[in-house]
Design a binder for this molecule. Structure first.
Ligand SMILES: NC(=O)c1ccc[n+]([C@@H]2O[C@H](COP(=O)([O-])OP(=O)(O)OC[C@H]3O[C@@H](n4cnc5c(N)ncnc54)[C@H](O)[C@@H]3O)[C@@H](O)[C@H]2O)c1
Length: 361
């Protein structure tokens, strides 16, 4: 079991990683109950069904509210329904909310926690690899609107995160691989030791790999360090924006291919290879590093090329309208070497050439 601290300006919180994290959650919630504080658990029914014994134990110390799984659940309508349900159940300011599920339930429950009674304590029990290494860390919460994903939300840091890795046993392989994309990304962006270890494995890991807990902890530590230094993503260069490695291209791929065609992690995997190719075109990265990056992602069961080509112009238009783009400029996280990255503006011409390079890989 590993315990990482996210050190914020005002306070810090723990992330427990490994078998046994769930027991710590139950003990913490039981303690809250003993102080007459109610804990509401916003849960993904797929996880309740896949882990009935754990769900039963959770039901003894929390009041479970199941919401349908899937991205559609991250909506303003569901947010409103949950707030009304909490009010109907007479949840008060001392009540707490825990998420029990993947990133969808985590983002939604987090936003409800940030808003209900102007903010109640929030906990996370992430059950997907993506949620364990990415969405449960850092305090970003929110819902989607028709105009775009995650356009409405708030920063609301959890009190604790309990990443109980045995939950991953029931996670479909494709979802597991999508989470690995964020682990590999962390290695490339700031942890060469993590990347080297993944490379030694050829990228592949399963829910029962002895190194998995270590890899999740390395990825979380890196994200925790970056978040601690730039909690609200206000740093003009570097900072939290570094976590977007592969995401400028990745978001454009998701948008151009049509949402749902690629899982987010799959688009990030392809986007990371594109970012590596762009870095090579900028004279920062050599051929062998580009191949190594693509090799590790492929070894993790992730796509490194597009199933169907997308015209460069379409990708560039999508990148200009990304919510993270400022004034339509094309900004990227570029790779100086494995484990070292920076944010920079890149001309449209260079991006076009890099996309052409990528199609020739
Ligand atoms: N807040 C952040 O910083 C942040 C960062 C990255 C992604 N996100 C958000 O996270 C969401 C994606 O998260 P996700 O990939 O976890 O998706 P998800 O929550 O939809 O989970 C993926 C699928 O796995 C199922 N599932 C979850 N746990 C399971 C388990 N243990 N066993 C079997 N099935 C299980 C779910 O029912 C779902 O079908 C997106 O909405 C994205 O915007 C947020």
């Amino acid at each position: 079991m590993k315990n990482i601290k996210v050190k914020l300006a005002g306070r810090s919180y723990p992330i427990y990683i490994g078998a046994g994290a769930f027991d710590i959650a139950l003990a913490d919630f039981a303690k809250l109950a003993s102080e007459r504080r109610r804990v509401f658990c916003i849960a993904d029914p797929a996880v309740l069904k896949a882990h009935p014994q754990k769900a039963e134990r959770l039901g003894k110390v929390t009041e479970i509210i199941a919401v349908p799984g899937g991205e559609k659940t991250k909506s303003v309508a569901m947010f409103g329904r949950l707030c009304s349900e909490l009010a109907g159940k007479r949840a008060d300011r001392k009540s707490a909310i825990t998420a029990f599920g993947g990133g969808v339930v985590g983002d939604l429950a987090g936003f409800v926690s940030a808003s209900y009674m102007r903010g109640v304590n929030f906990y996370q029990i992430p059950t997907t690899l993506l949620a364990m290494v990415d969405s449960s860390v850092g305090g970003k919460t929110g819902v989607n609107i028709a105009e775009g994903k995650n356009l409405v939300g708030a920063f609301h840091q959890p009190r604790a995160v309990y990443s109980d890795t045995p939950f991953l046993k029931s996670l479909p392989k494709r979802q597991f691989a999508a989470g690995m994309a964020e682990v590999v990304k962390c290695g490339i962006l700031g942890d060469a030791v993590l990347f080297k270890r993944l490379s030694k494995f050829g990228g592949g890991m399963g829910f029962d790999s002895p190194e998995l807990e270590w890899a999740i902890a390395r990825a979380c530590s890196l994200k925790a360090k970056i978040v601690a230094a730039d909690e609200l993503e206000s740093s003009p260069e570097g900072g939290r924006a570094l976590l977007n490695l592969g995401h400028t291209f990745g978001h454009a791929i998701e948008r151009c291919a049509g949402y749902g065609k690629y899982l987010h992690g799959e688009a990030v995997s392809i986007g990371t290879v594109m970012a590596a190719v762009l870095s090579r075109r900028l004279g920062l990265l050599d051929d062998s590093s580009v191949s190594e990056i693509a090799g590790v992602l492929k070894g993790a069961g992730l796509p490194v090329s597009l199933r169907k080509p997308i015209p460069a112009g379409d990708l560039i238009d999508a990148m200009r309208s990304d919510k993270k783009s400022v004034g339509g400029a094309l900004r990227f996280v570029t790779i100086l070497s494995i484990g070292s990255t920076r944010t920079e503006k890149v001309s449209e011409n260079t991006v076009r050439r890099a996309i052409a390079d990528f199609f020739k890989l």
